[in-house]
Design a protein around this ligand. Structure first.
Ligand code: PLP
Length: 382
């Protein structure tokens, strides 16, 4: 059996043709492929605006800046996520307040969030970064009610969930990153994610002011738009109005993204097929998958199981050429966060989840035979 990773990209001849065309065009960067990708992506997730950037972490950083995160900010982040969800607050000088997760879904525990907000003095917290962990769509409608009550903005880390959705109280499908309830959402196009650009990221929103701010921050805070400038010395003139960055995506990466996006629904369908086969195989066994999405559909970036003797299984799978992975080490356990106020912190659900979790192979090109081999290896171990 070939080696089977936990996730991998799928590049087709069509993708290669599109990238080649972009390479032969007049623009390698700052060309028309960017806007096409942004428009296609905004349509895909049902948002008004999208801003393409160089990676998911840059998307988080720009989003935090656009939301005004600074030294006075205190932002709530779930303990189970990739470090970048919290780091973006630190980049801006803000404080990160970690919160435990829900045992069934490993997404942020909304009851714990409510308890935290109601017990702190008014104005303590400025924002929250929910994560659609593994592809499970967080109920941002519920979160919006809380956020409005306590004056928070919402930055949804939807890296795991393009195409995932929950059904809100009015019966409307709310796609992750659609901007209905969250102020901003971010995505990554790292090869293990649903859509691969090599490196790449996207910020989506329905808020025009935030959208325009993000466009400015993406290219050094510089504008050449006469309508936005204070003066105009001539055709060469530009103004740097904010301290921005160079977080641009290239045109050939955007061309790959647009081409990949055309197959996104197909890939999502296949991910859901794989998930339901795993669900059936592990039902009534000692292998406990995360909860399925109630009222909506998971996008299945990851398929996470919880098991005893996780290390033993991990090593046994490796010996069989199956490369499972752990998502994630709780943020409070990372030495950097331990050394910035979390040394004695206890997050019992996240810690217990971390003892048992393992992400097993989940990607559209995983074959039925490979999946059967994975299932047999796991059940065989127990
Ligand atoms: C991948 C990922 C990121 C960071 O994206 P990059 O493109 O790798 O910078 C942030 N948050 C989550 C939840 C992710 O999975």
């Amino acid at each position: 059996m070939n080696s089977i990773p936990y996730g991998r990209q799928h590049i087709t001849e069509e993708d290669i043709k599109e990238v080649t065309q972009a390479l032969q065009s007049d623009f390698l960067t700052q060309g028309p492929a960017i806007l096409s990708f942004e428009k296609a992506f905004a349509t895909y997730v049902n948002a008004k605006y999208a801003v393409a950037v160089s990676n998911g972490t840059a998307a988080l950083h720009l989003a935090a800046l656009a939301l005004g995160v600074d030294e006075k900010s205190n932002v709530i982040v779930p303990d189970i996520t990739f470090a970048a969800s919290a780091n973006c607050i630190k980049y801006c000088g803000g404080t990160v307040t970690l919160v435990d997760v829900n045992a069934e879904t490993a997404t942020i525990d909304l009851d714990a969030v409510e308890k935290l907000l109601s017990s702190a003095p008014a104005g303590t917290f400025t924002g929250i970064v929910p994560v659609d962990f593994a592809g499970y769509a967080v109920d941002t409608e519920k979160l919006r009610t809380l956020a409005d009550k306590y004056g928070l903005w919402i930055l949804e880390d939807a890296c795991h969930a393009p195409g995932g959705y929950f059904v809100d109280s009015k019966g409307v499908k709310q796609f992750c990153g659609n901007g209905t309830y969250a102020d901003l959402a971010i995505f990554s196009f790292h090869p293990v994610k649903h859509i691969a650009c090599g490196e790449g990221g996207m910020i989506t929103t329905n808020n025009k002011t935030l959208y325009e701010k993000l466009l400015l921050l993406r290219t050094h805070g510089i504008t050449k738009d006469p309508a936005l400038m204070h003066e105009n010395h001539g055709g060469w003139y530009y103004e740097m109005q904010e301290l921005g960055y160079n977080y641009r995506l290239t045109d050939f990466q955007a061309a790959l993204g647009t081409s990949q996006l055309k197959r996104a629904d197909e890939g999502l369908k296949r991910r859901r097929e794989i998930a339901s086969k795993y669900d059936a195989a592990f039902a009534n066994s000692v292998v406990k998958p995360l909860a399925v999405q109630t009222s909506g559909e998971n996008a299945y970036h990851l398929y996470v199981i919880q098991v005893s003797d996780r290390k033993g299984l991990y090593e046994n799978l490796r010996a069989k050429n199956i490369y499972a992975q752990v998502h994630y080490i709780p943020v409070h356990m990372l030495p950097y966060y331990r050394n910035s106020g979390y040394k004695d912190a206890r997050f019992p659900v996240a810690e217990s989840y971390y003892e048992k979790c393992l992400s097993i192979p989940m990607y559209p090109t995983l074959t039925d035979a490979e999946q059967a081999y994975v299932i047999e290896a796991i059940l065989g171990y127990y």
